[in-house]
Structures are given as structure tokens and as C-alpha cells.
Design a protein around this ligand. Structure first.
Ligand code: OOG
Ligand code: NI
Length: 479
């Protein structure tokens, strides 16, 4: 019997590559986009040696070529708890809760992703996973119908669930089982053009909400986009029309800056797929827009304080200008965004000094060499100022609810920005999931603290250095 010794990171890497191959075959524009992103990334790295050095320090250059996120939408609590078990086999765990009802979209979501630093470096594949909220369907008859249709479908092959049980019992899979698991799991995410409903039902679901039709009418949660990460989203956005791709009107998230923060994203409509409705042989054929394309640029993770500042600035921009249907006012929105964000510090020193962002610390070569001489200072500022300690931004690995809402909206056929009253229901989501989601801020704080502890040990300091008050918020447990 072969050994059960395949690491979850290896299974995730196999899976993300298989998914990318599948999507490239299904959605040709995705292949074009990958090429454009690879060209822009190479040019950006060539033109910015400083950026290259910083990214190399964080192990980000190697992961860049494989880095993707995807998204799926599920229909039932059972599907969500099963997908959690499937993703766990690949070392992906639910981080964060996103309430999309703020955008009038009847779902709430989490992101399954790897957590440890070495796993993120290996392959940070993430899947933004949404669950339909039947409680937000107004019409009781339609709600009952959607519920009944969803209750009857099985989105996983029985073999994949069997392999999940093997993993849960044994803690790992053999190489052959891992490969079979990837093939079987892929089945859940592929596009199937034969709908599970008749065209009438599809139309009714569609008129309640296009997203409801997308979730309820098909056999499974087809992957609806796969997003590569770029180092210069403005360059990719500008290069898209030249390659036959038309992006949405505005880039979601913060404006362009010298020190990128959080996440910037833009998307484009990809395909009108033809669909065969039930009953089979009825010749009822229609189309459905399920799949789209997206790109993202990732920046530094913000502390609670930094995030609050981001949320406040973004809200004030959106109160002032709203992009309308068809992208009207996109220009003034972007101008206003840059203007408002001028009050968000845009240099690494200040972002750290004011406790707005998370950094990973490391002992420098020079610092380690001088350790022997016993001249290591005892405060953070002195360690940094005297070149013993360096700090590098921790990349934001998660998502943004307002941006996600914009991506959803754009793919529902309009660029119109809307601000709805949210109806968050995290408890209901976690009950369906079967566990609580991880708190992303805690994960960044732990990563930052662990890096500092390691560096301090290497420098031979007897205790952790003193930290300025402003940074205490991000390193509370150091105090
Ligand atoms: C997910 C939309 C959100 C992102 O990157 O924020 C998203 C969906 O349309 O299912 O992909
Ligand atoms: Ni996305």
C-alpha cells in the first residue's frame, strides 16, 4: 500500500493548475488575459528593481505566475459544509465573512484560502464562495420552488466525498488518491449547459434576481471566474481593449498609489453560453451569462485602524459620486477617489509608524553580524533606524465586500453603483458552514508578531523590543 504522505499544499497546487487548464479551455479570453498579465508583470518588474527586491523578499515573485482566485455560488447549507471539507483536503480554510446584501445581492460569502506563510508562498489559490440567501427571495412560492430544486441536486461525485472521508480519517492521501481527488473535485466546478429546470422556471428565477437563476438552474456551481494577479492593474486595464477585452467602467478598491494597499480589481464580461432547458428534447434553447474575467492587484494588509480609514474614505467618495449604468461618471469617480485618498499616508515608513498596515520583520545580515559585538539596541525604532531589522509589507490575501459587490453588479449587466442597507447574517452563515470563519485581522497580526519574535531571537535580544504607542494596536499581545 502506497504511503499517505501527500501534503495538502501539493494537492492545492495540482488542483489550481487543473482548474486553470480547464478554464482556459472553456473560456478562451482567459488565456488571452493570462498572456497580457504575464507581459505587464514582466515589464513592471524590469522597470522597478526596488519592487522586485521587495517582492522577492516576501517570496512573491515565484508565486505570482501561479496566483489565482476563483469564485463559486452555492445553493444550500449542505453544499457549503461539504465544500468546506473538500477545500480542507487542499489546505484551504474559510477566512472572513462578506455580506453582499449591501449591494442588493442575495448572498453572503467567505473565502477559502491557505493560511500559513509557507502555504501561501507555495500557491495562494483562493475561492470566493457565496451561499444563496433564500430568506432574501421575496415571493414565497418562488422561494419554495428554488428550495425544492436545490434539495434535489448533488454537486459532488460520490467518489470525491469518499476521498474526503479517507483524508479526514487518515490525515492525508496517497499520490494516486490525490490525483483522483483532483479529477473528481474538478467535476463540481465545470460548466454544464444542460439546465435542471424548464425555460419558464428559469425566466421566473431570472426575473427575481439573475443570480438566483445562476445558482438554482444548473447541476453545479460552475467556477464563474479565475483571476490572475497583476503588479500594475492600470496597465492591464489599458491594454485590455487592444486584445479584444472590454473591462468594466472603474477599477474597484483604492486608487493607484506608490504603496499599494488592500486590493484593486476590475472585471469583464466573458461569455453568453447556450443552455438547453428541460425537458430534454423539448428544443428549448436559450443563453445564460455565467462566466466572466477579472484581474486583481494586491497591496499591503491594513490593521483595524487602517481599514477603518479606508472604509471611511471610500464611503465618502461613494456618497459624493456614483457611477451610473453604462459607466457614466466613471471619470469623476476616479478623480474624487484619488483626491480623497490623498489623506491616506503613502509611504512605508509612515504606514508602519502610524500603525495603519501590517509588516513582516526580519533580522538583516548586517544586524546579525553586529550581534556578536553586543551592540543591539532595545527599541523597535532604533533597531530599524540602525539597520538591524527590516520590515516588508504583508500582502492582503482577502477580499473587500464593496469591491465584490461592484464585481457582482457589473456581471449582472450594469456598472451602476448602489448602496443598500445591509442585512448581515453571519451566525446563519457559520451555522451552514459548520464552523466559525477565521478572522483575517487576527491572522495578519499573528504573522507579523511571529516574524518579529523570530527576528528578535536571531538578534539575541533577551526580550521583545519596546514599541511605540501607535503601533501597539497591531501588536497588542506584545505589550
Ligand atoms: C463573486 C464576486 C466577487 C471578488 O473578487 O471580489 C469576487 C461572484 O460573482 O460570484 O469575485
Ligand atoms: Ni473575483
Amino acid at each position: 500500500m502506497a504511503a499517505r504522505d501527500v501534503h495538502t499544499d501539493d494537492i492545492r497546487d495540482l488542483f489550481s493548475r487543473a482548474m486553470s487548464d480547464m478554464y482556459r479551455a472553456e473560456v478562451p479570453q482567459y488565456g488571452t488575459l493570462l498572456q497580457l498579465v504575464a507581459d505587464v508583470n514582466a515589464a513592471t518588474l524590469d522597470a522597478n528593481p526596488e519592487m522586485r527586491a521587495r517582492l522577492e523578499q516576501g517570496g512573491e515573485v515565484e508565486r505570482l505566475s501561479v496566483e489565482r482566485h476563483g469564485a463559486i455560488r452555492l445553493g444550500t447549507a449542505q453544499e457549503l459544509s461539504d465544500i468546506r471539507r473538500v477545500f480542507a483536503v487542499m489546505g484551504m480554510h474559510p477566512v472572513g465573512y462578506y455580506d453582499l446584501s449591501v449591494a442588493g445581492v442575495p448572498v453572503h460569502s467567505t473565502a477559502f484560502r491557505p493560511i500559513p506563510e509557507r502555504s501561501l508562498r507555495r500557491n495562494p489559490f483562493r475561492v470566493f464562495t457565496s451561499l444563496l440567501r433564500l430568506d432574501l427571495i421575496q415571493d414565497p412560492a418562488l422561494r419554495a420552488k428554488a428550495e425544492a430544486i436545490l434539495a434535489g441536486r448533488r454537486i459532488f461525485t460520490s467518489r470525491v466525498l469518499e476521498l474526503v472521508r479517507v483524508f479526514e480519517a487518515e490525515g492525508a492521501l496517497t499520490r494516486a488518491e490525490a490525483e483522483e481527488f483532483v479529477r473528481e473535485a474538478l467535476q463540481t466546478f465545470c460548466w454544464r449547459s444542460d439546465a435542471t429546470v424548464d425555460i419558464d422556471t428559469y425566466r421566473k428565477l431570472h426575473s427575481a434576481h439573475r443570480l438566483i437563476a445562476d445558482i438554482v438552474s444548473f447541476k453545479g456551481p460552475h467556477i464563474n471566474h479565475l483571476t490572475p494577479r497583476t503588479l500594475d492593474i492600470d496597465a492591464v486595464q489599458a491594454g485590455m481593449p487592444g486584445r479584444g477585452i472590454l473591462p468594466k467602467a472603474v477599477i474597484e478598491g483604492p486608487p493607484r498609489r506608490d504603496c499599494p494597499i488592500l486590493l484593486r480589481q476590475t472585471s469583464f464580461k466573458a461569455l453568453e453560453e447556450s443552455v438547453v432547458f428541460r425537458p430534454a428534447g423539448s428544443a428549448a434553447v436559450g443563453t445564460h451569462a455565467a462566466r466572466f474575467g477579472e484581474i486583481e492587484q494586491r497591496g499591503v494588509a491594513l490593521t483595524a485602524k487602517g481599514r477603518k480609514l479606508y472604509d471611511n474614505l471610500l464611503a465618502s467618495v461613494r456618497r459624493g459620486v456614483q457611477v451610473g449604468a453604462g459607466g457614466s461618471s466613471a471619470g469623476s469617480y476616479e478623480a474624487r477617489l484619488s483626491e480623497c485618498f490623498s489623506s491616506f499616508p503613502d509611504d512605508w515608513t509612515e504606514l508602519r509608524a502610524r500603525g495603519l498596515a501590517f509588516f513582516r520583520y526580519s533580522a538583516t545580515e548586517a544586524g546579525l553580524a553586529r550581534r556578536a559585538a553586543g551592540e543591539v539596541p532595545m527599541t523597535m525604532d532604533a533597531l530599524i533606524a540602525n539597520g538591524f531589522l527590516r520590515y516588508d509589507p504583508i500582502v492582503y490575501e482577502d477580499f473587500l465586500p464593496v469591491s465584490a459587490a461592484g464585481i457582482f453588479q457589473s456581471n449582472l449587466g450594469t456598472d451602476e453603483q448602489k448602496n443598500h442597507v445591509g442585512q448581515s447574517n453571519r451566525a446563519q452563515f457559520e451555522e451552514a458552514l459548520g464552523i466559525a470563519v477565521y478572522d483575517e485581522l487576527e491572522l495578519y497580526e499573528q504573522a507579523s508578531r511571529a516574524s518579529l519574535e523570530r527576528a528578535v531571537k536571531q538578534l539575541g535580544l533577551p526580550r521583545l523590543p519596546l514599541i511605540a504607542d501607535e503601533q501597539r494596536s497591531m501588536c497588542v499581545s506584545l505589550a
